[in-house]
Design a protein around this ligand. Structure first.
Ligand code: 4AD
Ligand code: MG
Length: 500
């Protein structure tokens, strides 16, 4: 019998094939069983009719537990109503390994439970879809830089110098010498840019940030391009072309996954250059101005009516549950209730936060770095990513080049993803003047001796150069409309918890 995968069934309509996979879900109505099989490439409904297989097999399949592994043979039929568009009329099956009491049932589980069972939760449709999108994002990242003249440079994970800030270093005891895990490959990459012109590094990054937000991991993946002979305008163009390419690749390869995740495909289709450009000073004026006050007031109204709607639906379902209803309907309602209650809790948190965010925005003073809620507000006001440029020098890293026309600001940018997802890219032109860089290193209390090699780059043929870093998990979270970036990396490491 010819083996097939679920994603290739269209080639086998009318033919008999064998699928190998796991039992995702099953239901039985007397003489007929509906088995949903998943094989890593998709889902397929397999129909087992009494009389078409031996009685013994029919009984075995009827009692087969969720996530049992099996091979199923049958004839492929096209059926629009069926998941994936094809189904299998089963003629034979072979149970590879039966499973009983699989801990993750179709009912909703708490986040903590699912993270503790990450090794199994991978098999859920949601995690599978996110994993597929992440794969495309990573593939697109490499493709973009490889096809645009960049050379891949692998920067070290054990590092000797502070790349971003001293507070978020993970120290390691390296045979008695303290080293730390990389926060960024950038500084090493700058040296490579002086050899290759256009380079990028791509790997895991570590930050001991004491942030428990939905946007922070302690281990995350970052891609960083670095370019010799570039200015801020050139970097913005590179970043918008790059992000647009990544989104386009996901749209091309993963539309089904995006739809099943509930992502906003129409909004993603708008992600094309040019992105919006604001200076930091303009952003501050927006935050402290009437536009933000009105925007947040409108949002509060919207949230309140959402709350009313969800609470109404909950009350209706609770009423139904009290009455005489069929068991399947009761289970369905129970699942919906769990989801609605968590949605309600989320809306309530947003209602609670709205005035706090309004206050933070109104009281924002020039000079501070933008906070998470400020970024959220700016990005929610836009339907495409926004570049915020020219931040105050004191709020940013030592290596950023000061604007020669206004020494209070640096030639940097953050890219904020739309609809409230916040910063996905941070980048800048680098200080290329030896003495100014040395002064900045000293000002920030860093040891100039350890930066000897980095300063050398400004002694021997220094050129204007710059680059940026894009966080993979934040990008995947934005594209898939996943609220928390912990779902966008296979095995998340958070400040307060490392599960498995
Ligand atoms: O803005 P960041 O700190 O920039 C740098 O590290 C520069 N050295 C990059 C460069 O210019 N070559 O970080 C870049 C991006 C952020 O925009 C965000 O997407 C991601 O890395 N990021 C995090 N993602 C998850 N968890 C965290 N704790 C993150 N910190 C940064
Ligand atoms: Mg940043």
């Amino acid at each position: 019998m010819e083996k097939a995968t679920i994603d290739s069934l269209e080639q086998f309509v009318g033919k008999e094939v064998t699928l190998e996979g796991w039992l995702y879900h099953s239901r039985s109505s007397g003489k007929i069983q509906f088995l949903i099989l998943r094989d890593g490439t998709g889902l397929c409904q397999c129909i087992v009719e009494k009389g078409q297989v031996s009685n013994e097999l029919f009984e075995q399949l009827k009692h087969l537990g969720q996530e049992s592994s099996l091979a199923v043979t049958g004839t492929v039929r096209a059926d629009d109503r069926s998941v994936g568009g094809y189904e299998l009329a089963v003629t034979d099956a072979n149970v590879v390994s039966p499973a009983t009491d699989y801990p993750i049932t179709p009912k909703s589980h708490g986040v903590d439970f699912l993270l503790r069972h990450r090794h199994l939760h991978f098999r859920s449709q949601r995690q599978w879809c996110i994993g597929k999108v992440r794969h495309t994002v990573i593939d697109a990242i490499r493709r973009f830089f490889n096809d645009n003249g960049f050379t891949l440079i692998d920067t070290p994970i054990f590092t000797t110098i502070v790349g971003e800030d001293q507070q978020s270093l993970f120290e390691v005891d390296y045979f008695g010498t303290p080293l730390h895990l990389t926060q960024t490959g950038q500084l090493y990459l700058e040296s490579a840019a002086m050899s290759f012109g256009k380079v990028y590094c791509f790997g895991p990054t570590f930050r001991a940030e004491r942030s428990k937000t939905r946007r922070h991991l302690t281990e995350f993946w970052m891609v960083e391009p670095e370019v010799a002979f570039v200015d801020l305008g050139g970097l913005l163009e590179l970043a918008e072309n790059f992000v647009s390419f990544v989104v386009a690749q996901v749209l091309q390869n993963n539309k089904g996954e995006l739809e099943s995740l509930g992502a906003d495909v129409a909004a993603l289709e708008k992600i094309k250059p040019p992105f919006y450009r604001l200076t930091y000073t303009e952003a501050v004026n927006i935050l402290t101005g009437q536009k933000t006050t009105d925007f947040l007031a409108g949002q509060l109204q919207e949230l309140k009516s959402q709350k009313e709607h969800v609470a109404g639906r909950i009350a209706q379902l609770e009423e139904e549950q009290k009455g005489q209803i069929k068991q399947w309907k009761r289970d369905k309602n129970a699942t919906e209730l769990i989801e609605l209650r968590s949605e309600l809790a989320e809306i309530e948190t947003k209602i609670e936060n709205n005035p706090k965010h309004a206050k933070l925005a109104a009281e924002f003073r020039w000079g501070k770095d933008l906070g998470g809620s400020d970024e959220t507000i700016i990005s929610q006001m836009h339907d495409k990513p926004v570049f915020v440029t020219h931040y105050p020098k004191q709020a940013k890293a030592f290596y950023m080049k000061t604007n020669r026309d206004n020494q209070d600001v640096v030639l940097n940018f953050d890219c904020l993803a739309p609809e409230g997802f916040g910063e996905i890219i941070g980048g800048s032109v680098r200080e290329d003047d030896h003495d100014r860089l040395l002064a900045r290193i000293k000002e920030q209390g860093l040891n100039p001796e350890t930066y000897g090699w980095y300063l050398d780059l400004r002694k021997y043929g220094s050129v204007p150069h710059g680059g940026f870093g894009l966080g993979v998990e934040r990008t995947v979270a934005w594209i898939t409309a996943e609220k928390h970036i912990r779902q966008c990396i296979p095995f998340p490491r958070m400040m307060d918890k490392v599960y498995i």
